[in-house]
Design a protein around this ligand. Structure first.
Ligand code: AP5
Length: 218
């Protein structure tokens, strides 16, 4: 498959928890040539290595709350100094508040927002059934995307993938993150930024095809 010709500067992948952002990010990275920058993955790495940032972020993450904007903005500002970010990146799970989006607009040129929409009633099942391969970072689901049998024993479940925590994460999404879709709507009217909206409730392959076709139409 060939990369799309008109490369946007940076891309924001936006959607509720469990929408399939991480699942689709690899394919979008391939299509656009932009490296994936996932704040969730960066925070989990910091927690794993018990850094001071990780210690601070851990309690928010395990409670299903957003980590404070100042921590996230510092994390992203540092990441954007790395050489692979110079041609723009694919942000996955960032920005998540209007304050983060405003800061981002000062340090990067976002020319495309991909919004994946999934109804709340699908989210809990997706997240509670998610399993991760710690060796490859691959994302699986016990029913919707089962892992090959030979790696099943090494799969892990994220600490924040419990039913209670998912409900807190959904609340945080509705209260603090969803208003950003309107903010980006207003922002895009004043700039050349494009927004594409994709129905994320189909199968993984259907969603990937819908994104690819929208990207091809840009
Ligand atoms: P983060 O890691 O970003 O979690 P999230 O946004 O809650 O998103 P998820 O990773 O849960 O879901 P996803 O959309 O990537 O779905 P996935 O592809 O895995 O953040 C974790 C925490 O870190 C936050 O709660 C917060 O505390 C903190 N944080 C991170 N960024 C922050 C920020 N910017 N500001 C403040 N705090 C921040 O898919 C889910 C499951 O569904 C998988 O099992 C998958 O196989 C399955 N699946 C995917 N697509 C489909 C499909 N089409 N059909 C059926 N199943 C599917």
């Amino acid at each position: 498959m060939s990369a799309i010709s008109r490369q946007p500067s940076s891309i924001v992948l936006f959607g509720p928890p469990g929408a399939g952002k991480g699942t689709q990010a690899g394919k979008i990275s391939q299509l656009t040539g932009k490296p994936q920058v996932s704040t969730g993955d960066m925070l989990r790495e910091a927690v794993k290595h018990n850094t001071s940032l990780g210690k601070e972020a851990k309690e928010y993450m395990e409670a299903g709350l957003l980590v404070p904007d100042s921590i996230i903005i510092d994390l992203i500002s540092e990441r954007m100094k790395e050489s692979d970010a110079s041609g723009g990146v694919l942000f996955d799970g960032f920005p998540r508040t209007i304050a983060q989006a405003e800061e981002l607009s000062l340090i990067a040129n976002v020319s495309l927002v991909i919004m994946i929409q999934v109804p709340d009633e699908d989210i809990v099942e997706r997240i509670v059934g998610r399993r991760m391969d710690p060796e490859t970072g691959e994302i699986y689901h016990i029913n919707f995307n089962p892992a090959p049998a030979h790696i099943e024993s090494r799969l892990i479940q994220r600490k924040d993938d419990t039913e209670d925590t998912v409900r807190s994460r959904l609340n945080a999404y509705h209260e603090q993150t969803k208003p950003l879709s309107e903010w980006y709507g207003i922002f895009s009217d004043k700039t050349t930024m494009s927004i594409i909206t994709v129905d994320g409730s189909g199968t993984i392959e259907q969603v990937a095809k819908a994104i690819e076709s929208e990207l091809g139409g840009l």
